[in-house]
Design a protein around this ligand. Structure first.
Ligand SMILES: Cc1cc2nc3c(=O)[nH]c(=O)nc-3n(C[C@H](O)[C@H](O)[C@H](O)COP(=O)(O)O)c2cc1C
Length: 148
């Protein structure tokens, strides 16, 4: 059984709902989950839990405002997390072209710089194709958890 912290970035609530559903499902499978709706850097530096980013993309490929302070502090301080497992679920819309799911790429890059270890491919959920991001995310997360 694993301990997981889900770092949420959401503007209109889709990624938040997705994070909550993933959290419920993982808990139902016996894992210990904390869903961080307004994550702060300290939420990850005082423990070694696996990290699951669940964020949408806003602006022009940017991190949502509620996740931005965490992202900026992570980039500024780069607390080293060698080998710490992380995964990325990112919501976006392919009609945005080059910035599609950009927030996931930003979070991935910052976590790599801390020497954390990415598990699995990022799950990119396209609003043009999927009406129920949570359903896709739950399936992906069940596979992800078995690999951390
Ligand atoms: C103002 C605005 C800007 C957006 N910018 C992007 C973007 O640059 N890239 C992308 O992939 N999706 C972009 N999106 C799409 C959202 O990421 C997508 O609709 C997502 O499902 C919203 O999730 P949320 O409800 O958690 O905020 C944007 C949406 C809005 C409303």
């Amino acid at each position: 059984m694993a301990a997981i912290r889900i770092l949420v970035g959401s503007v209109y609530g889709g990624a938040l709902l997705t994070a909550r559903k993933v959290g419920e499902e993982l808990e139902a499978n016996g894992h210990q989950v904390r869903v961080l709706e307004d994550p702060q850097l300290q939420d990850i530096t005082d423990n070694n839990d696996a990290l699951l980013v669940c964020t949408s993309t806003t602006g022009q490929g940017e991190v949502p405002p509620n996740l931005l302070p965490f992202y900026i502090d992570l980039r500024d301080q780069l607390p080293q997390q060698p080998g710490r497992p992380f995964g990325i679920i990112v919501l976006g819309d392919s009609s945005y072209g080059d910035t599609f799911c950009g927030a996931g790429a930003l979070m991935e890059e910052a976590l790599y710089e801390t020497c954390a270890r990415k598990v699995g491919e990022s799950l990119k959920i396209d609003a043009l194709e999927t009406l129920e991001p949570e359903a896709e995310a739950v399936i992906w997360a069940k596979n992800w958890i078995n690999r951390i």
